[in-house]
Design a protein around this ligand. Structure first.
Ligand code: PEP
Ligand code: MG
Length: 591
């Protein structure tokens, strides 16, 4: 019998985070000790559990001896002898004897028996006065973690880049820094216990074209490394050990989607213009200059958001002015004659460069983030401003400040920008003196003073991801409150409406670069609110264009009026989605 069918199919439901379907062997990442499920086992399975324990101990012994040898060669024998203590813990008969007794006596699975006993030993040592003995508690946990990793088929985040075969990754969470380095040839898709659809991890998965499901609760505790899983990023379902029937059904769906994608691709060179002749600027979001090629391929007209902070992640030092200049120039020239909106650093929150500890901030999303970091590190900020100004001599570059909360921040940033212009002028370095300078509307307070802010900038771009989070007090990364996260909440829509109205009074343009701009269900209301530009992940651009070309501005404006007056997010979404479904039902098949 097919091995996949033997284990029986199991289906887990989460939040769809990145469309696409993949199927492959599972690699489970993360701290095995965090999620150990206690299971009773039948009497006839006890022998098997004891044998698994024996094998995991032997495996761990080989690992420790390997590490010891490597450390001995690279650092020295005395450092390598540290691992003698680990080997002693591993083979401690008192510990192993109690684990065996629990497996036999309590008839429980060996990972929970091992975890419980080891934790008991570690906790007893950790409570002692003696520093030396307390440190042995850490040894026990280290060794236990390795044994549990073997028992549960776990891999660590650092091993991800060395994956031998294409795999489906299951993890408690994935950081944006790690996700940015995933190789789509090796990582077929991923599914996580936590997370929300507008987390940067989900945004990156969509950009990479990797199917993903988040918010699955404790899937990493329920699935073992080596099992097979099918990740459906459209519906948010993860099917473990799918039957041949399930695989066949998905295969058919995939074929239908591929045929529709070809139809969408044929619109690449067509403008994003509504049936009643209203032209929308449809741009794309990127986080590296190499993404510019996919912007062009998607049929987007330029870059509406370059998340420059990704240039600062996964490295020990910050990129200097010249390195940044090259990156910005590359992006700007690749999409020329269209514009490139380069957002200045949005570090902080979940985007932490190497060495920045999360510790010390109770609420990183309300803390030292984005423009606040830039203004506190003027040298870093000015190097970036100069790099952007210099790139403006090579293409239509626009500069944008993130997470502005009031006029003072924009004025201070603009003052530093003016200083950079003067530096470049006196050094005879070329830049575009008319380069547009804009800001993001992500903070509700900023939307409410958009009138004042419009005097200081050339454009606004609404970041619906953070604007929604901050307006509704919903963490965009937390799956427990994910159902409350909706950019269609009338409170959020009123802030966008106020922003657009204020911008119009001052002759400024408004874009939306949050994930709402990539969601066909939300596009009608954004269009109807009078937004001039939508900027979506390149993969979503063709669908948004398809829809825009089938909508009428007048109908969208009517939908926006009704959405603004709606009672709640569900009603407003219904208004928007109904119009989208009526205009382009093909986009909603199979969702
Ligand atoms: C947003 O908040 O909507 C946005 C586009 O910025 P980011 O997702 O990078 O926080
Ligand atoms: Mg944001």
């Amino acid at each position: 019998m097919d091995e996949r069918a033997q284990g029986g199919e199991r289906v887990y439901r989460g939040i769809p985070a990145s469309p696409g379907v993949c199927h492959g062997r599972v690699v489970v990442l993360g701290d095995a000790a965090r999620h150990v499920l206690r299971r009773e086992v039948p009497a006839e399975a006890v022998e098997g559990e004891l044998a698994r324990l024996q094998a995991a101990i032997a495996h761990t012994r080989r690992d420790l001896l390997d590490v010891q040898e490597q450390v001995g060669r690279a650092v020295g024998q005395s450092e390598a002898s540290i691992f003698d203590a680990h080997l002693l813990v591993l083979e401690d008969e008192m510990l192993l004897g109690e684990v065996r007794r629990r497996i036999e006596g309590d008839r429980i699975n060996c990972e929970s028996a091992y975890h419980e006993v080891a934790e008991k030993f570690a906790a007893a040592l950790g409570a002692l006065e003696d520093d030396y003995l307390r440190e042995r508690a850490a040894d026990i946990r280290d060794v236990t973690g390795r044994v549990l990793d073997h028992l549960m088929g776990r891999t660590t985040e650092r091993d991800l880049r060395e994956l031998a075969d294409p795999s489906v990754i299951l993890a408690p969470e994935l950081s944006p820094a790690t996700t940015a380095t995933l190789d789509p040839r090796k990582v077929l898709g991923f599914a996580t216990d936590g997370g929300g659809t507008t987390s940067h991890t989900a945004i990156l998965a969509r950009k990479l074209g990797i199917p993903a499901v988040v918010g699955l609760g404790d899937i990493t505790a329920r699935v073992r490394g080596g099992e097979h899983a099918l990740v459906d990023g459209h519906s948010g379902m993860v099917t473990v050990n799918p039957t041949d029937q399930t695989l066949f059904a998905y295969g058919q769906l995939k074929q239908r989607r591929a045929a529709f994608d070809e139809r969408l691709a044929s619109l690449r060179l067509q403008p994003a213009i509504t049936l009643d002749g209203h032209r929308v600027a449809l741009a794309a979001n990127i986080d590296a200059p190499s993404d510019a090629a996919s912007v062009v391929a998607s049929g987007a007209e330029g870059i509406g958001l370059f998340r420059s902070e990704f240039l600062f992640l996964n490295r020990r030092d910050f990129p200097g002015e010249d390195e940044q200049f090259e990156a910005y120039r590359a992006a700007a020239t690749a999409v020329s004659p269209h514009a490139t909106v380069i957002r200045t650093l949005d570090l902080g929150g979940d985007k932490l460069p190497a060495g920045w500890a999360r510790a010390g901030e109770q609420n990183p999303f309300l803390g030292w983030r984005a423009i606040r970091v830039s203004l506190a590190l003027p040298e870093v900020f000015q190097a970036q401003l100069r790099a952007i100004l210099r790139a403006s001599a090579f293409g239509k570059v626009r500069l944008m400040y993130p997470m502005i909360s009031g006029v003072a921040e924009v004025r201070e940033a603009n003052m530093l920008l003016e200083r950079c212009r003067e530096d470049l002028r006196s050094a005879g370095v070329a830049f575009d003196p008319a380069m547009q300078v804009g800001m993001m509307i992500e903070v509700p307070g900023a939307a409410l003073v958009a009138e004042q802010l419009a005097r200081e900038v050339d454009f606004f771009s609404v970041g619906t991801n953070d604007l929604t989070g901050y307006t509704l007090a919903v963490d965009r990364m937390n799956e427990r409150v994910a159902s409350l996260f909706s950019p269609m909440h009338p409170g959020v829509l009123r802030l966008i409406h106020a922003t657009v109205q204020a911008a119009r009074r001052h002759g400024r343009w408004v874009g939306v670069c949050g994930e709402a701009a990539a969601d066909p269900a939300m596009v009608p209301v954004l269009l109807g609110l009078g937004v001039d530009e939508l900027s979506a992940t390149p993969a979503a651009v063709p669908a948004v264009k398809f829809l825009l070309r089938r909508l009428r501005l007048a109908e969208a404006a009517d939908a926006a009026r009704r959405a603004l007056e709606s009672e709640d997010a569900a009603d407003a979404l219904h208004v928007s989605r109904s119009l989208a479904m009526q205009a382009a039902p093909e986009l909603f098949h199979g969702t």
